[in-house]
Ligand binder design. Sequence first.
Ligand SMILES: NC(=O)c1ccc[n+]([C@@H]2O[C@H](COP(=O)([O-])OP(=O)(O)OC[C@H]3O[C@@H](n4cnc5c(N)ncnc54)[C@H](OP(=O)(O)O)[C@@H]3O)[C@@H](O)[C@H]2O)c1
Length: 235
Amino acid sequence: MDLDGARTLVAGASGALGTGLAQALHARGARVVVGGRRREPLDVLAAQFATAPVLFDAVDGDSCRRAVDEAVEALGGLDLLVVCVGVAAFGPALEADAAVVDELFAVNVLGPMSLVRAAAPALAASDRGRVAVLSAILADLPTNQMAEYSATKAALSSWLEVLRRENRRAFGVLDVRPPHLDTGLETRALAGTPPPLPDPRSAGEVVEATVAALVDDVRVLGWDPKEKKLVSRAS
Ligand SMILES: NC(=O)c1ccc[n+]([C@@H]2O[C@H](COP(=O)([O-])OP(=O)(O)OC[C@H]3O[C@@H](n4cnc5c(N)ncnc54)[C@H](OP(=O)(O)O)[C@@H]3O)[C@@H](O)[C@H]2O)c1
């Protein structure tokens, strides 16, 4: 897609990948509105883009819809929705706390779905509509001590696959599945202690690859363990 002038909402822009993507897309000429749940970091970012932030909590579907509507209104339409919302939790599958599992699925699956559903009419009305969503390598490689986190990412990727097929004439769908990164996500987990993790890759690498994948209309960016880089895939 052509990013120049693209009317863009980055949801989860207060996070490391969200901030990086918002800045990279702005640098490529996109008109960026940032969204998330904490006003302070969003205000700082939005000031760089001369736009106003939109607020939502991913566990509240109505707030997701309202935030998207506000962004569409402010931008006069929507060409690109980027979803970088997510949270982790760790521990053995049988020991997971039910409230934690509920929140994990609400933030990682139901919230992103609400955001995309709310944005779909505006994206379909655009001549270059596109969605990019951060899932994770865990969608391909479910990992011990991360059963629920893995399950959320597999559910999200599965939903994105069908979304792409059902709407191929309306808008494009990019699913980004990075490996462990240097953003500190694991230190902000809802519960548990992370198991030993591989050396983290840099968030900047993922930002760069995601922007390139948007330009090239890639469907899935998956991790190639031999090449040690994100590569484009059909599914
Ligand atoms: N870092 C990795 O190793 C890695 C690897 C693969 C995939 N990913 C995925 O990449 C995405 C971004 O992760 P990151 O590494 O950039 O982590 P991050 O810096 O912690 O960013 C997470 C974002 O999610 C937002 N968020 C969490 N709960 C929310 C809620 N209830 N409502 C609204 N927003 C909420 C956070 O908002 P606040 O600022 O308000 O907390 C933040 O903007 C996530 O989906 C993650 O699963 C990360």
